[in-house]
Design a protein. Structure first.
Length: 202
């Protein structure tokens, strides 16, 4: 992943937010610190969904948004859920790319992004040991593609980004109970789709 400047100098950047150069420099330092800490993990999450090239663009856009909200940086709270929420919102512009890749994997067994196989490796380890890995990846890809967008977002924030229920609620703006019920429904649909392949009851 290339590491371009975390605070692009644009007309909408922090220079319009601050009252003077010192404020702008502090914002730049704060955004730079967030970039160094969180950009790699954000890139991995985005790359599993839309591929490495688009992931770089999405991550760059995440930190453009961050630079425009220095008040959130100064709040002192953990920014992890906020950053993943920005990334997930930006990924919505690339739904078609994500679905095309998942459907291509379902048909041909070729996973250009590592998205479905990443979910399989992280959360279907026992099943993968009992079933052919390529067939499992194809089944997972089809199941992910068939999920409603919100269920897919919540599932991947949980399974790939490894956010807690509370962090997913903050990232998506959903009530905590809705996160839990949405994740339950998504996992139930995934289990049903994988059942014939893994030997579980459908």
């Amino acid at each position: 992943m290339t590491t371009a400047s975390p605070v692009p100098a644009t007309a909408n950047g922090p220079e319009k937010q601050g009252a003077g150069g010192a404020v702008d420099q502090q914002v730049a330092r704060d955004v730079g610190a967030l970039f160094d800490r969180y950009a790699p993990q954000l890139w991995r999450y985005c790359a599993r969904r839309v591929g490495p090239d688009l992931a770089e663009d999405v991550v760059a856009d995440v930190f453009l948004v961050v630079a425009r909200h220095p008040d959130r940086i100064a709040a002192g709270e953990s920014p992890r859920a906020w950053l993943y929420g920005i990334a997930t919102n930006l990924l919505r512009a690339h739904r078609r790319s994500e679905l095309r890749a998942l459907k291509a994997l379902e048909r041909a067994g070729i996973d250009p992004f590592g998205g479905a196989t990443g979910v399989a490796e992280g959360h279907e380890g026992r099943s993968a040991e009992r079933a052919d890995a390529a067939r499992l990846a194809r089944r997972i890809a089809g199941a992910l593609a068939a999920l409603p967008a919100r269920q897919r977002d919540v599932l991947l924030l949980f399974a790939v980004a490894e956010l807690s229920y509370a962090e997913i609620a903050e990232a998506t703006g959903m009530p905590l109970g809705s996160v839990q019920s949405t994740l339950h429904r998504a996992r139930a649909r995934m289990r049903k789709a994988l059942g014939p392949l893994t030997g579980d009851a459908s």
